[in-house]
Design a protein around this ligand. Structure first.
Ligand code: HEM
Length: 283
């Protein structure tokens, strides 16, 4: 969803999509994931010249290992925060759970996916998306499951004595295989194939979707991008919960800069991943 303002009768209104908590958590995901890939992946390709160069730049293997653990703590922190938020959301009944506007996948997502592919080939109308599109739900739950797997196997390697007090020694080898391969898969999924591509590479968002940094988007973009949520809210009379006055021009400029900076890092990360994939093929 691209950014701008909605001027109606001189009043600027925006649709508020992400709270400060979710934007903060997304920053933690970004920082820790960038850091973990940067410090972990050279270990996997330790024989290549670029991995040795990166290791030297980071101050050697011990320094990279230390940084990897610092970033791992940030990684665990966002997982705990998000999990606690979800538990609170369910217990305090903050909103719908099994509803098309919730993050839980349902029948509509399957229908939307099929409809989207039909639309790609000019065989039907574009599906009317609800609050979260099917690819956004995939992104969210894949990261959730991936963090559990990578984090769990990483902690097993970080604390080998504690692990082998409960499990046989071979479990450490299994943890390394899971960690290493899942890390490689996650790097490709986030930096190229799914997340960057579907969240920021779509024509509606390219080159970056500002909404995850600012939290809001123009009302007219909201209506055209999430028509089903808009209709649902109109019917339920809950539109006022998400429509707010636009932030000041200064704040909007700040968010544009933040997004531009993140885009440069995203481009570097995607180039790094292409290098990872092509290196073994070319050399
Ligand atoms: C809670 C999260 C994590 C923990 C506790 C953790 C911990 C570890 C530990 C202890 C090692 C062994 C190497 C060393 O001693 O320095 C390692 C290696 C590695 N980590 Fe992580 N890590 C985490 C998340 C991640 C993530 C998200 C990625 C990338 C997406 C990643 C990528 C790697 C890679 C590629 C290796 C090298 C594996 C190999 O030698 O083949 N890690 N990690």
């Amino acid at each position: 969803m691209a950014h701008g303002t909605d001027a109606k009768d001189g009043v600027n209104l925006v649709y508020h999509r992400f709270s400060a908590f979710h934007r903060f958590n997304h920053v933690l995901v970004m920082v820790s994931f960038f850091g973990l890939v940067l410090t972990g992946v050279p270990l996997k390709f330790k024989d290549s010249i670029w991995a040795q160069l990166l290791m030297d730049l980071m101050g050697g293997v011990a320094a990279a290992g230390f940084l990897h653990r610092v970033m791992a703590v940030v990684n665990i922190l966002y997982f705990i925060l998000e999990f606690s938020y979800m538990a609170w959301y369910v217990v305090a009944r903050k909103g719908p759970i099994f509803h098309e506007d919730s993050i839980v996948p349902g029948k509509k997502d399957w229908a939307d996916m099929k409809g989207m592919f039909r639309w790609f080939f000019g065989k039907g109308q574009k599906p009317k998306l609800s609050r979260f599109a099917y690819w956004e739900k995939f992104d969210f739950w894949a990261l959730f499951a991936g963090t559990f797997l990578i984090g769990g196997s990483g902690l097993m390697m970080w604390f080998p004595e504690a692990t082998t007090r409960i499990l046989p020694g071979v479990s450490l080898n299994v943890a390394l295989v899971i960690h290493s391969n899942e890390a490689f898969l996650a790097t490709g999924v986030i930096f190229i194939f799914v997340h960057f591509f579907s969240a920021h590479g779509r024509p509606e968002s390219f080159p970056a979707d500002e909404v995850i940094f600012s939290g809001y988007l123009p009302v007219e973009h909201y209506i055209s991008d999430r028509p089903q949520e808009y209709e649902n809210r109109l019917k339920a009379g809950t539109l006022h919960e998400v429509i707010r006055p636009a932030p000041s021009a200064r704040r909007r400029r700040l968010f544009r800069w933040v997004t531009a900076t993140a885009t440069v890092f995203a481009f570097l990360a995607a180039s790094y991943t292409v290098l990872l994939v092509l290196w073994p093929v070319l050399f």
